[in-house]
Design a protein around this ligand. Structure first.
Ligand code: ZN
Length: 310
């Protein structure tokens, strides 16, 4: 039996999984992400932690297939990162540096693409080869899998679904500097923004007006309680996300669209609003695309990273 490591680097912690190559998770743990001094300690810290784990489990280097790494930044096919928002790294050759530190084969990829690969291997997209995954968190992340492989692109930025322009009239800016990005309507912060705008538009009665703070969760909770204004807000979210997915489906032709991230905890009711609007705009050949909720949660990253090296 062979083993591999799946490493998911985040801004505050690094999640690590030791897997058997058939997908069985043997052990998982976390270490701190030390971002000071341009993040120079991050890869050495990981290498150290992996070596310790191999000693603890009595695993020889010859039993290791390698190390897969998810990085929160665009990563090209050679594992090269040009810049990161929250690791301190500028230009970094992740594959080469990690191979030098460990003597093992290394493959690095963008974290959202890697999470999509994880859901395809062991989660909601199991058995599929063509898949779109959208992660609705603070922002909107995405991963596109074509014929079993993540779409990386020329700059490592393939699958950046959150920055599709879905509203040409928008005047407020997205975190990326543009206006009208999907992230401005379909992320947790985007849904809260839609809600505040809707509530300010008129005096329609809504339980949301009694809330101290409006979040994606309070909106979905109000919807489940039958609040009409909350339903309008979720409908608007569903139009933006559903139509964006229909446009993407015309390019990717996925068999399944997986929706994950914190917002997806709202459950199946979220899929109803996205799916209905998707079908309204989808090209006839894409109309039967299946919608499912992600199942791996925070483990998608380590699972996908492991799959990246196999
Ligand atoms: Zn944007």
């Amino acid at each position: 039996m062979k083993y591999c490591f799946g490493v998911d680097i985040g801004g505050t912690t690094v999640k690590i999984g030791l897997f058997k190559t058939d997908g069985e998770l043997v052990d998982k743990w976390e270490i701190k992400t030390r971002t000071e001094n341009k993040g120079e300690a991050i890869l050495p810290d990981i290498a150290e932690s992996l070596k310790k784990k191999m000693e603890e489990k009595g695993i020889e280097a010859s039993q290791m297939s390698g190390i897969g790494i998810g990085v929160p930044a665009p990563v090209d096919d050679n594992g090269v990162v040009q810049n990161t928002a929250n690791l301190g790294w500028g230009y970094k050759e992740v594959n080469r540096e990690m191979e030098e530190l460990t003597g093992l084969k290394v493959a690095a990829g963008n974290d959202a693409n890697v999470a999509a690969l994880g859901e395809m291997w062991l989660g909601a997209g199991k058995g599929q080869k063509n898949m779109i995954m959208v992660t609705l968190g603070t922002g909107v992340g995405g991963g596109v899998i074509v014929n079993g492989h993540p779409l990386v692109g020329a700059h490592g930025a393939g699958g950046e679904i959150g920055h599709l322009c879905v509203n040409y009239e928008e005047t407020e800016h997205c975190g990326c500097g543009k206006t009208g990005c999907l992230e401005q309507y379909a992320s947790a912060t985007g849904i809260a923004r839609l809600a505040k705008k809707r509530l300010a538009a008129d005096d329609a009665a809504s339980s949301l007006r009694d809330k101290k703070e409006i979040s994606a969760k309070t909106v979905f909770d109000a919807l489940k309680d039958g609040d009409k204004v909350a339903e309008e807000i979720v409908e608007e979210f569903g139009v933006y996300l559903g139509h964006a997915m229909a446009n993407l489906a015309a390019v990717v032709d996925p068999s399944v669209i997986v929706i994950g991230g914190g917002v997806s905890k709202a459950g199946e009711i979220l899929l109803d609003y996205v799916e209905k609007n998707f079908r309204e705009k989808a090209f006839f050949a894409n109309k039967n695309t299946e919608f499912v909720l992600a199942t791996l949660g925070n483990d998608a990253g380590i699972c996908g990273a492991a799959k990246l090296i196999l």
